[in-house]
Design a protein around this ligand. Structure first.
Ligand SMILES: *Cc1c(COP(=O)(O)O)cnc(C)c1O
Length: 386
């Protein structure tokens, strides 16, 4: 461990091409991130915003308006997910209903989906947690048969595929995030995609600011995330992002310079994802099978983090220093701050609660070398077998 004793690994990916940062700052004309992203994903429409949560809130509000009697006031979401998803629903003035998940696969429990779907259901949100593809088809037919919109939350999954189809492009709408720790970490920003051009047009935002400070922050974060200096900087907010529930977020455009950064760095996404898969490969070789989440066949995961079903509550300092973290502290239904926004008659989500209390995640980002990954996996294995 002496080799690593000075290093302190940040939990989240912040790596973005430095050339792209320079290009974004200097190239005054280019601004076609929306178009580039649409082409990359093979969708007709794309709208950018200051983050993913604000786009989701605006989308849900527009969908609710489309329903003539407006009685569809509930949104069905994963029982274990980013708190911002719940915050978006609260912000749209709608009610949260949570479906259960299978702790072995992190996929929706279809029985729970059926039990929770009804006349009031406006939309179902499906997610690909950690960029691990989760089958969409059976959800899609439930949504279609009941006149419910299907939103694919691919905030953690840009570049992943299932049966050759890009994650986020099978539902009616797909959501992506460019925040810290996401597949393409521009610093902030989000995208909503789909083929319903009319509706996406209603969500499009005007008057983006330039965003010099945003770009400088994205550049500075890279330097500060270097394992050599990160130990001194633990106090900085470079963690895994928001685990506080806050529906009071800002709704605005994606800053111009971050859009350009997206345009110039989209080509490097595959490099990041290939590295993540390589590190994930090392973890799955070293760790015992019963600690691993199972991955569907025909899937190209991206693993923005590597989930381990560890069954522990406490992570020792040594592993924290290596970037091992728990993800969201509680299941959606177990979070007291979210309770006032829940739909009436939510049934329990025991699988999601189990995930919340047993899952830890290992870092896969560019600062983790193959050698570091082996050390992390070995340390985690030892810790788990204690
Ligand atoms: C990050 C994230 C979001 C929200 O994205 P922001 O850009 O941070 O608002 C939504 N869903 C999931 C699963 C996420 O990880």
């Amino acid at each position: 461990m002496t080799l690593f004793s000075l290093a302190w690994y940040p939990p989240a990916e912040t790596k973005i091409s430095f050339t792209a940062i320079i290009k974004a700052a200097l190239n005054s004309k280019a601004n076609s991130f929306e178009e580039k992203l649409s082409n990359y994903l093979g969708v007709r429409g794309c709208v950018l915003g200051n983050n993913g949560r604000s786009l989701l809130a605006t989308l849900l509000r527009e969908l609710n308006k489309l329903e003539a009697n407006k009685k569809k006031t509930e949104v069905l979401i994963p029982g274990y997910t980013c708190y911002t998803v719940a915050a978006s629903i609260a912000r749209a003035g709608l009610r949260i209903r949570a479906y259960d998940m299978d702790p072995k696969t992190l996929c929706p429990d279809m029985d729970s989906i059926k039990k929770n779907t009804g006349k009031k259901t406006l939309a179902i949100i499906h997610q690909h947690l950690f960029g691990i593809p989760s089958p969409v088809n059976s959800l899609k037919s439930i949504a279609r048969d009941n006149g419910i919109y299907l939103v694919e939350d691919a905030a953690q999954a840009l570049g992943g595929k299932l049966n050759g189809i890009p994650l986020g492009t099978t539902g009616d709408f797909g959501l992506y995030s460019f925040g810290r720790g996401k597949p393409l970490p521009l610093g902030s920003g989000g995208a909503l995609v789909g083929n319903n051009i009319n509706l996406l047009g209603k969500i499009r935002r005007n008057k983006p600011r330039l965003g010099i400070i945003d770009l400088v922050k994205t550049g500075a974060t890279q330097v500060l995330s270097n394992p050599g200096v990160y130990g001194l900087m633990e106090a900085l907010p470079l963690g895994l992002g928001s685990t506080v529930f806050d529906p009071g977020f800002k709704i605005s455009s994606m800053p111009c310079l971050l859009k350009k950064l997206g345009q110039f760095s989209l080509d490097t996404l595959e490099t990041l994802n290939t590295h993540r898969r390589k590190i994930a490969g090392i973890y799955s070789q070293v760790l015992r099978n019963d600690y691993l989440v199972s991955i569907p066949a025909q899937a190209t995961p991206i693993f923005i983090r590597f989930p381990v079903i560890a069954g522990v509550h406490h992570i020792p300092g040594k592993l924290l220093r290596l970037g091992v973290r728990r993800m969201y502290p509680r299941a959606i239904l177990d979070e007291p701050q979210i309770r006032p926004y829940l739909a009436e008659g939510n049934i329990g989500t025991p699988g999601a609660s189990e995930i919340a209390s047993t899952l830890v995640t290992l870092p896969t980002h560019m600062a983790i070398s193959a050698k570091t990954a082996e050390v992390i996996a070995t340390d985690v294995s030892e810790f788990l077998s204690l």
